[in-house]
Design a binder for this molecule. Sequence first.
Ligand code: NAD
Ligand code: UDP
Length: 326
Amino acid sequence: MTTPNRMTILVAGGAGFVGSHLCETLLKQGHRVICLDSFLTGREDNILPLCAYDGFRLIRHDVSQPVRVGERLDRVYNLASPASPPHYQADPVHTMMTNVAGTLHLLTLAETQGARFLQASTSEVYGDPDIHPQPEDYVGHVNCTGPRACYDEGKRAAEALCYDFVRAGRADVRVARIFNTYGPRMRADDGRIVSNMIVQALTGAPMTVYGDGSQTRSFCYVSDLVAGMIALMEAKAAPATPVNLGNPEEFRIIELATLVRDMIPTRSRIVHRPLPQDDPKRRRPDIARARELLGWQPRVTLAQGLPQTVAFFASVVQPPVAKKTV
Ligand code: NAD
Ligand code: UDP
């Protein structure tokens, strides 16, 4: 049976954590999906479940180089960029080029094809915010020379390109400002807080809290984010501005560490490590715009999403070897 309004959808970064869930949801909806990915941080394991669908195709390509696709496209999602600080700082120039040149190449592809475009932007465009919670019209507080700049400023430049295309009438563009998202298919070595805490607790390693742990983040479960991205892409009229997508429930990092430690039987203890430079002190989305324009809001609480994430990591990481007692 063919799906009415079956579309052909390109997901750049589709082999990554969020991208693979987005591809899977779109395939389940009956669309054809082309995943374009360089596998910089993406994994073949993430796309194995997608290969079961007739409508799935994979292109290995680095978006910092021009992109050509020999099929007619209806939608282009741009998620291609490393997202965790250790990964995006490993090759900062490439991260910047992925976000700037990569977004330009994909916007040009969307323009040529007459396809709708969605940019996966980030709450990092707000930097270390002096307004809390962060609404979309807050212009941010970013250090353009610091170690996070390759990502923050790369994403800011990508947003600028998006709205240059909009002003010139070159493409129908939507920009999602995504706040911290977690769930199954994150890499065990991703380096972000949720995966680090869970993997460390499962393996009995020290749970590393940077600084005193009083900094805050707001954690969105991946299925909620994917629903929000699709709602934004499919909204009849493109919102004139970016839209925050995130869960407004805010936690101190030390609270998250304690929550994970209480959830997993572990001998791990919490240890403190130096706070990285430019680490934002607090972050929480104002999602009034997403509620109003998309009728979207997150449904999965951290208490519901964490156990599913723990179950995923328990299936991929080795538990500690029990010490023999003689
Ligand atoms: P991820 O690292 O798991 O996925 C990124 C994907 O992009 C990977 O498959 C990687 O191989 C691919 N990629 C990277 N550089 C590429 C390049 N030059 N060419 C082609 N492919 C490339 O990260 P994620 O958490 O799934 O994030 C996906 C997107 O969402 C990113 O753009 C990120 O900036 C954005 N985002 C994520 C979060 C979050 O909390 N997960 C928050 C804000 C924004
Ligand atoms: N963090 C931490 N321990 C870790 C990894 C991260 O305390 O092992 C802190 C980090 O300093 C930051 C917060 O957790 O304050 C969220 O970090 P993450 O890298 O997940 O996301 P981002 O800083 O990009 O929001």
